[in-house]
Design a protein around this ligand. Structure first.
Ligand code: GRF
Length: 206
């Protein structure tokens, strides 16, 4: 008997390029060990929601209204995620800090992708921070979510060189192209698939 396909819920607020990459990967990979069962967003008008609708992936909206209490919103978020019975919850550009209630509910099963080599450049504008610091190598990280921002145990990282003429947009785009390979690689591994050996010259390690 085959292994059960893992259920993934993706939380996204923005453009949704990681969602696209992950979904495309799940369709293209033979015997993919995971499927995206829902997309949750706080933003109805987002690329992520548009893509999910286009692809027939169930969408749930959890907007943060201006008179919402943080705890109530967090309880709503956690109940909505739970309704899809996920094995893994993936934060892919979810722009609100997930509260303690949700973090506890999915502890060890919630992952985040961040555009720097953590522990460097946590928080907002990670690419800008890297350029400002003058590092010559940056990249992206997938990690488990814990109770602080961008601090949980690291599951995989990929390195990206910083070019002399990079600006924030150009470097961000190069990092994102690597994110689109790192995230499926990490999730494959979490879901029990054998990972391909890391090729020489390729600094992507899961
Ligand atoms: C990614 O760069 C990710 O590292 C960060 O938010 C961005 C989301 O981009 N957490 P997208 O919406 O997946 O295109």
């Amino acid at each position: 008997m085959g292994v059960r396909t893992a259920r993934i819920v993706v939380l996204a607020s923005g453009k949704g390029s990681n969602l696209r990459a992950l979904h495309a990967h799940s369709l293209a990979q033979e015997d993919c060990p995971f499927e995206i069962v829902a997309v949750l967003s706080d933003k109805a008008q987002s690329g992520a929601v548009a893509y999910a609708n286009e692809q027939g992936i169930p969408v749930a909206l959890v907007p943060f209204n201006k008179d919402d209490e943080r705890l109530k919103w967090d309880e709503r978020l956690s109940a909505t995620i739970d309704g899809f019975k996920p094995d893994w919850v993936v934060l892919a550009g979810f722009m609100r800090i997930v509260g303690g209630h949700t973090v506890r509910a999915f502890e060890g099963r919630m992952i985040n992708i961040h555009p720097s080599l953590l522990p460097s450049f946590r928080g907002l504008h990670a690419v800008r921070q890297a350029l400002k610091a003058g590092v010559r190598i940056t990249g992206c990280t997938v990690h488990l979510v814990d109770h602080d921002v961008d601090t949980g145990p690291i599951l995989g990282q990929a390195a990206v060189a910083v070019n002399d003429d990079d600006n924030e947009g150009v470097l961000q785009e190069r990092i994102q192209r690597v994110e689109h390979r790192l995230l499926p690689a990490v999730i494959n591994k979490l879901c029990g698939a054998a990972t391909r050996a890391v090729q020489s010259n390729e600094l992507l390690v899961v």
